[in-house]
Structures are given as structure tokens and as C-alpha cells.
Design a protein around this ligand. Structure first.
Ligand SMILES: Cc1ncc(COP(=O)(O)O)c(C=O)c1O
Length: 361
């Protein structure tokens, strides 16, 4: 393979070329230490500085102040499915879950093992092709928290409003749309995201948590499962995923240079529009998500039959369009167009889609 392909994988996924190049240029000797960032101690001042700067940079981009902490975990977003109820559910309250896809369902199932949970809305009956409206959420008055999944990676739907929870803490899995658009992050009490889509490589999970939540942490948990441990120790209680955090910092710097979340969102909307326009032109491609719930991150659609989809995938790959096979539970095609995907990549896919339709329609 001589050239880089257009990589539409859902995660791990494409990273900004500049970020990869910077990591490459610093790989053997990080800032004159004579060591790679992969080899440096997590207790070294150079690494502690990376953690501090990454926290500050995330807060700056998200537009939140010192009432929040930004922490770095391992264990994937899936581990957060368990840590959230372990830390916050307690025995005399219940938690509300809105299920808009497979990951929300998994989060709910984990919480159910730990305490009392309510499904306050689910879109399972309609194949998770839309996001429920506020009026459909049957929220519990004094719940410990409300959990949502802001972007549904598999189904290609995205919340385009922040639900009103009337004082109940709002917790969100933002794995597949974090920092992809301006959003009032201060409306959330805890958000988490596996880095491998919009933030960096796999192996590191970012958690942004309001300090008032840290006061509610269950004190009886094993040390390593407590958010308080991570907050008190600046994510350095034990050896963190050092390379992942370093990469995450480079990606945040790239987002800032790009112009921040407003510029990133304009870019993402333009990319998504290229693909949705082709889908909407006629009936050759069938979008999975209902139009008002469509995701700017994962564009999901089907063709007339599995045979045609197989040919579509093969021909796309031959043209350097990679990673667009839909998730096994939905089938069809999914183009994941996270922040680092270029407009050129989406133009190439849109052109290919029109050309394929002309030849097969
Ligand atoms: C929205 C969402 N939540 C959670 C996960 C699970 O993340 P992990 O594999 O890091 O546990 C994914 C993975 O694709 C995801 O898209």
C-alpha cells in the first residue's frame, strides 16, 4: 500500500495526519529527554505536564470551568457502564436510562446488576432509527441520574437537543460525538468517551465530571473503581495509558487549531450533507435513521439486497474507501465520518455512491 486510504472505520478510526506526523517526529526523543514518550515515567514532570495540559485544553474546548474535572481511565467506555452505577446509584435511589441503541442497552444492563434502574424511553421497537422527544421521556423525579447516549454509533442517530432533567444529574456516553459540535457541556454532570473515535487511539477513556458528583461517590468501593481516586490523584493513582493521553492532547491541539468546536461542526455538517444528499436523491439508498435524528458522525444506509451491498463494499475498497461495512446488528453500510475525516474523503464516497447507482440502479 503506497498511500493512505480514506478510513471510515467506526473506531479505532482515522486520526488527523498532522497529529500522526507530530507523534512520529517526537517518537524517539520527546522534548529533549532522550526518551520516547512511550518510555517516560508517568511520574516524570514531562508527563504530569501532559496530563495537566490535556485537562485544561479539554475544558477550554468544552467551555467549562473549574467546577469540572477531566479524568483519564482505561477499560474502555464499557467499563464506565459499570463504574457509573457503582459510584452513584446507591441503595435508596434508582437511575433513569434512555435506550437509543446497543451501547445504551449495555449501559442499562450493567446498571441493573448494581441497583434499581428505569428504562424511561426506548426506541428498540423502531430499530433505533430515531431519538425520542423530550415529552416521551418518563423521567423519575428524584433519580440518582439520567443516562443517555448522545450519538448512536451503530444506528447512526444523534441527539440534537439536551434533555431537561429538572435538577437530576445528566450523564452521557459521548464516545462517538464528543467535541464534534458546540454544545452546552455545563448541562452535563458526567460525560465519558472512549478516545478511539474523536479523541485519539483506543486504550484511554476521557471522563468529564462535575465536582458535586465527586462528593456523591460511594466511599466503600475498591480504590481503583472510584472516581474520587482518579480526581484526587490527577489520573495518576496508578500507571495510566500514557501514550494514549499524549495522543489525546495532540488531537485536542489539532481541534483548537482547526478553529474549535464551531469550525469542527461546520466541517462535520458539510461532510454529512454530502452523503445524506445522495441518499435523499432517490430510493436506491435507504437511510436507516429518520431525518431529524440523523447523526453527523455515522451515516447508515442499506441497498436493495445483501448481494448489491457486497459488491458496493468490494468496489469501494478497490477505490481506497475503507471501513464502511455496517455493524452486524444493522447490516448495510455505515460511513463513520468523525472529526478527522476530510471533506475530500466524503466527496470521494459521495461520487462513488452516485457512480455505483448509475451502474446498478
Ligand atoms: C457510543 C459508544 N459507547 C460505548 C462504546 C464501547 O466502547 P469501548 O469499546 O471503548 O468499551 C462504543 C464503541 O464503539 C460506542 O460507540
Amino acid at each position: 500500500m503506497q498511500e493512505r486510504v480514506f478510513n471510515f472505520n467506526p473506531g479505532p478510526s482515522t486520526l488527523p495526519l498532522e497529529v500522526l506526523q507530530q507523534a512520529q517526529s517526537e517518537l524517539l526523543n520527546y522534548k529533549g529527554t532522550g526518551m520516547s514518550i512511550l518510555e517516560i515515567s508517568h511520574r516524570a514532570p514531562e508527563f504530569e505536564e501532559i496530563v495537566t495540559q490535556t485537562e485544561a485544553l479539554f475544558k477550554e474546548l468544552a467551555g467549562v470551568g473549574d467546577d469540572y474535572r477531566v479524568l483519564f481511565f482505561q477499560g474502555g467506555a464499557s467499563q464506565q457502564f459499570a463504574l457509573i452505577p457503582l459510584n452513584f446509584l446507591g441503595t435508596n435511589k434508582s437511575a433513569d436510562y434512555v435506550i437509543t441503541g446497543s451501547f445504551g442497552e449495555k449501559a442499562y444492563k450493567e446498571a441493573k446488576k448494581i441497583g434499581k434502574v428505569n428504562v424511561v424511553a426506548t426506541t428498540a421497537a423502531v430499530g433505533h432509527k430515531r431519538i425520542p422527544e423530550q415529552a416521551e421521556l418518563k423521567l423519575t423525579k428524584d433519580a440518582a441520574y439520567v443516562h443517555i447516549t448522545t450519538n448512536n454509533t451503530i444506528y447512526g442517530t444523534q441527539w440534537h437537543y439536551i434533555p431537561e432533567t429538572n435538577g437530576v444529574p445528566l450523564v452521557a456516553d459521548m464516545s462517538s460525538d464528543i467535541l464534534s459540535r458546540p454544545l452546552d457541556y455545563s448541562k452535563f454532570d458526567l460525560i465519558y468517551a472512549g478516545a478511539q473515535k474523536n479523541l485519539g487511539p483506543s486504550g484511554v477513556v476521557l471522563v468529564m465530571v462535575h465536582k458535586k458528583m465527586l462528593e456523591r461517590v460511594n466511599p466503600d468501593l475498591p480504590t481503583i473503581f472510584s472516581y474520587e481516586t482518579f480526581a484526587k490523584n490527577n489520573s495518576l493513582y496508578n500507571t495510566p495509558p500514557t501514550f494514549g493521553i499524549y495522543m489525546l492532547k495532540l488531537v485536542l491541539e489539532w481541534i483548537k487549531k482547526f478553529g474549535g468546536l464551531t469550525a469542527v461542526a461546520e466541517h462535520n455538517q458539510a461532510k454529512a450533507a454530502l452523503l445524506y444528499d445522495v441518499i435523499d436523491e432517490d430510493d436506491f439508498y435507504h437511510g436507516h435513521a429518520e431525518a431529524p435524528s440523523r447523526s453527523y458522525m455515522n451515516v447508515t444506509f442499506r441497498l436493495a439486497n445483501a448481494e448489491l451491498e457486497k459488491t458496493f463494499l468490494q468496489e469501494a475498497e478497490a477505490q481506497g474507501i475503507y471501513g464502511i461495512k455496517g455493524h452486524r446488528s444493522v447490516g448495510g453500510i455505515r460511513a463513520s465520518i468523525y472529526n478527522a475525516m476530510s471533506l475530500a474523503g466524503c466527496e470521494k464516497l459521495a461520487t462513488f455512491m452516485r457512480d455505483f447507482r448509475k451502474r446498478n440502479g
